[in-house]
Design a protein around this ligand. Structure first.
Ligand code: FES
Ligand SMILES: [Fe+2]
Length: 383
């Protein structure tokens, strides 16, 4: 599964060429999908919710991470904790639907009770349990970190802190997002069951987000709105940040034209952010759009080798003015059109990728981030 240095048709090395795309089997092979669960999803930072989803001490929610379920709670001191959502007695799932906040986590089976930090408080009729070593029977921990106000969980105790691996990203877009953002609409990141499902391997969806090369052909609206030649892509080790300026020339489409005219920033943004759309990918599957008028955070969660759920939510700042709110509505309308175009494309890619004998061709320099992602996936699966 090693990537080879790209070569020209004459066999000469091409030093600034993007790494090769992933071989087709990465997108279609169930064994690869199973290996990803262990080597990609169980070892990386997974976006599970926003801080606003856990408003007060005792608030809790369950989120799927790799092949496990994690219980994320707001602790007494206002911090965050994450535990595997499994009772240490006989394995009952502790939290299912969203539950009211409370000082403890009580198992619905025999009533073993845990503090928010996961330690075991006690069990009913504890004297009847000869080997009840309470300190050893706390909930199994997971790592949790808040980054730009978004809550991430990692099952790997040795993982590099997210704040460390994404320090440059926080510097570049930290003024867009924090714990005080408020959600717009009903969608929530942790609502996996309510999420849109696309008919593609999760990496096809991420690949699609990682390049603007398809914009001129596949997204006529974006092409009218964005300055394609000004599209930039900064690739770091653990994230990629894209920026695309809005075009000055008025679009022929009324909604796009109105958006261009009224585009206005949320409180806290600089004038320089007013006419730029930014997108970030945090390896492997967190995707965040930073618009002047809102932030959209979503994630690509495989539900089968050829299916991906894309739960996500829209956020804004308190005190956002009417003009920015109107711009947000127009932007979301434009975004749904782009989303539908992309959903159809990724399904087409998935169909084509499963053609026996097919292998992808060379990547454009405009797809460098697709090559970056391919290298990261190959490295993870080779470990
Ligand atoms: S399984 Fe949780 S208390 Fe028995
Ligand atoms: Fe697209």
């Amino acid at each position: 599964m090693h990537s080879r240095a790209p070569v020209t048709p004459l066999g000469r090395p091409e030093p600034d060429a993007p790494p090769p795309a992933l071989a087709a089997r990465y997108y279609t092979d169930p064994d690869t999908a199973a290996a990803e669960t262990r080597h990609v999803f169980a070892r990386s930072w997974q976006l599970v919710c926003h801080e606003s989803d856990l408003p007060q001490p005792g608030a809790r929610l369950a989120a799927a991470v790799a092949d496990r379920e994690v219980l994320v709670v707001r602790t007494e001191d206002g911090g965050l904790a994450a535990h595997l959502n499994v009772c240490r007695h006989r394995g009952t799932r502790l939290v299912t639907a969203p539950e009211p906040a409370g000082k403890a986590i009580r198992c619905p089976y025999h009533g073993w009770t845990y503090r928010l930090d996961g330690s075991l408080v006690g069990a009913p009729e504890a004297r009847q349990i000869p080997c009840l070593d309470k300190p050893a029977l706390g909930l199994l921990p997971a790592r949790v970190e808040s980054f730009l106000g978004f809550v991430f969980v990692n099952l790997d105790p040795d993982a590099v802190p997210l704040a460390e691996s994404c320090a440059g990203l926080a510097e570049a877009v930290g003024h867009y997002a924090d714990a005080d953002l408020v959600p717009v609409g009903r969608a929530r990141i942790h609502d996996l069951a309510g999420a849109e499902v696309q008919e593609a391997n999760w990496k096809v969806a991420v690949d699609n987000y990682l390049e603007g090369y398809h914009v001129p052909v596949a997204h006529p609206g974006l092409m009218r709105l964005l300055d394609y030649q000004g599209y930039t892509c900064d690739i770091d080790e653990s994230y990629v940040l894209f920026a695309s300026p809005l075009r000055e020339k008025p679009s022929s489409n009324w909604a796009e034209r109105l958006y261009q005219r009224i585009a206005a920033p949320m409180p806290g943004l600089a004038e320089a952010d007013r006419r730029i759309w930014r997108y970030a990918v945090i390896y492997p599957n967190t995707l965040i759009d930073f618009y002047p008028d809102h932030v959209l955070a979503w994630t690509a969660v495989p539900t089968a080798v050829d299916r991906v759920a894309v739960p996500g939510a829209f956020y804004t700042r308190r005190g956002t003015g009417l003009r920015t709110r109107l711009a947000r509505r127009l932007n979301m309308h434009i975004g749904w059109i782009t989303n539908d175009e992309d959903a159809e494309l990724v399904a087409r890619v998935q169909k084509g990728l499963s053609t026996p004998g097919f292998e992808p061709g060379p990547l454009s320099r405009r797809e460098s981030a697709v090559g970056w992602f391919a290298d990261r996936i190959r490295a993870d699966l080779d470990r």
